[in-house]
Design a protein. Structure first.
Length: 254
């Protein structure tokens, strides 16, 4: 077994229960797997490998009414607890400020962005959206099925934590940049939840189940993923607030 970020082989593991909803909707009832931590870069991940069809099924209607109704059968009160996720948030001005100095043109791809509702610069430029689940694109966005290497900016935000093969996914996303283009990467900052490394014992104490994020990144493991995908890290920013935070990165091909 190798780390999904840095390809290191020094790995700690422990059995972990998978959340019943995820086990049913994604894994056809499989409810246990190995939780893993890389002792080099600190990446945490769940050692499962769902098929393309299973992933497509899981994310179809993601956070829409059929998905919510299905998940509430396993997690009563979900709608009230996660009401903030049901409100379209739009783009984030802090994100735009971080990206803008590196924006060399106006061709933008939101990779894995759902409808594109949260794509940066959506109010300024047309946005192409490429996503596993087929949904109507938000205003100012166009859904595409086959991206091309033409983009000045590729956005891959809150996608890598869901991927079974994050290096392959990041490589494919970055390949859609034109020769002077950049890729913007955003993931939750899990170090805020689980403290200093090693974190595997903390995860198993804090969480009864492993849920849908297949990877938990911090700045070190995300940097390892980027450099092992043959990308050049240009800038990294950690943003925090009460109860959470995220990591923003600008990178480009070498």
């Amino acid at each position: 077994m190798k780390c999904r970020a840095c390809t290191g082989t020094a790995i700690d593991t422990t059995p972990m229960l998978i959340a019943p909803f995820v086990a049913d909707r994604l894994l056809d009832g499989t409810n246990t797997a190995l939780a893993c931590e890389c002792l080099h870069c600190g990446l945490l991940w769940l050692n499962i490998n769902p098929s393309h069809e299973q992933l497509e099924r899981y994310y179809q209607d993601y956070w829409e009414e059929p998905y919510i109704q299905h998940r509430e059968q396993y997690e009563p009160g979900l709608r009230e607890r996660h009401a903030h996720l049901l409100i379209p948030r739009g783009y984030n001005s802090n994100t735009e400020s971080f990206i803008r100095p590196h924006l060399n043109g106006h061709r933008i791809l939101d990779y894995g962005g759902g409808t594109g509702i949260e794509a940066p610069f959506r109010n300024e430029f047309p946005i192409d959206v490429f996503d596993l689940a087929t949904k109507p694109a938000a205003e100012g966005c166009t859904a595409i099925t086959t991206p091309q290497p033409i983009y000045d900016l590729v956005v891959i935000a809150h996608v890598l934590e869901h991927a079974t093969h994050p290096r392959d996914l990041l490589h494919h996303a970055a390949a859609q940049c034109n020769p002077t283009g950049h890729i913007y990467i955003e993931v939750p900052n899990e170090a805020l939840l689980y403290g200093n490394r090693p974190r595997l014992s903390t995860v198993t104490q804090v969480r009864h189940f492993w849920h849908e994020h297949l990877q938990y990144f911090d700045a070190t493991s995300l940097t390892a993923l980027i450099t092992n995908t043959d990308l050049m890290l240009i800038d990294l920013q950690e943003d925090t607030w009460a109860g959470g935070g995220l990591i923003r990165v600008i990178a480009k091909g070498q």
